[in-house]
Design a protein around this ligand. Sequence first.
Ligand code: G3H
Length: 483
Amino acid sequence: MIGSYPLATEKEANDALEAALSAFDHGRGQWPSMYMQERVDCLEDFLVKMKAKREEVVRLLVWEIGKTVPDAEKEFDRTVEYIYETVKAASRLRNKNSAIICANDFIGHSTKVPFGVVLCMGPFNYPLNETFTTLIPALIMGNTILFKPPKHGTLLFAPLLDAFAESFPAGVVNTVYGRGRDIVPTLMESGKVDVLALIGSSKVADSLKKMHPKSNRLKAILGLDAKNAAIILADADLDNAVRESVAGALSFNGQRCTALKILFVHRDIVEEFNQRLIYAVNQLKVGMPWTKGVNITPLAEPAKPAYLKDVIGDALSHGAQVINRTDDEEDSFESIVKPAIVYPVNKNMRLYHEEQFGPVIPVVPFEDLDMPVSFISNSPYGQQVSIFSGDTKKIAYLIDTLNGEVGRININVQCQRGPDSFAFNGRKDSAAGTLSIDEALLAFSTDSVIATKQSDANSKIFETILAENQSKRLNSQSTVCPF
Ligand code: G3H
């Protein structure tokens, strides 16, 4: 027993929504009306309190979702860093956007303002980081927040709740507990959620968006399914390709949206590649997440081991083998599933198409580059791809061929989200909107323009409002003023 949390009902969810709406108050609430610097001050206060809870949060991450201690520490530290960088990006945005401009006989002032209420839902594999990479930018831009922790990965937020309550005005950050299917529909059906920020499955995103009665009002920032491929060409540096493939496919048991979920390996090198892959995978240590040096840990989703058994069984029935273990070896115990390298995989198998999100590596031999290219073109997903080769002509061909299909092309390195200053997005069903430190601020804000025709009288109005500090919005604290 590591803890408990309330299974709230529609009533508590609606109370939270009302609190968020009232704190926003049509953009007139205390939080959205603050100057950016005042909001930054609140966030910095939160950060100090958050950092003091590192040990507790890390421990709960380890216990609740089975993340190894170093990976849980990395998730926490990376999130703290993300907040620091977001604060810097907010100042850059303010400096860039807050000047009065004169054009075509008009005087105008445009700035970024919040949308309203943002519903943030992160995934179980990065419950802290991927909730905060939407929550924090949404918050700093002046939105009010409803955040629903994932089903697995809920307890780790408890140590941070006091910090939220103490650092931000009432109603600005609201936690919504409970089963998603019981409490989220009522929020979406209310039509009062302005932005849905969801990192999860495209099926859930699709159904939530359809529940909202005002499709034009709802903005959606989504990070969804992916089936990222590695294409390993005949001339690839095999040491590097194997190292990156293992990290790419099996870090946190393959439970990363960016994980390499299928490897296309040129037939000329596939035997050698497989031998090295088997060796590397069989070195991985399987055990509990708090054990030093462990790599493969229990899976948090109760139904996952049975699902993985099914997709491996399907591949075996179509002629593949699990090449890194003997037939009589135990492949799983309770929630621990040992990594399986499945070879040769082809398009008749579920593993060729489905996002396994677990410790299974499908390897597909190929001769012609058309094969992996056509896999990516026909896939409903388009997050990233990794290319392993030193042949610049072939790499250039693949870059030009695939850049309309995926959000990021990685050369001789696994797929990944970071660094957080890089755009993180996806094509097709893999994402909506772009998240990076700078872009996220734009994703959670819109433009507000104050404009007038240039004349002495109108210029005087602008000047007087600014000089006498008459408006919060049109104010010299937030405006670079030419007068
Ligand atoms: O689950 C998806 C995460 O955004 C992956 O992030 O590539 O840095 O592990 P990562």
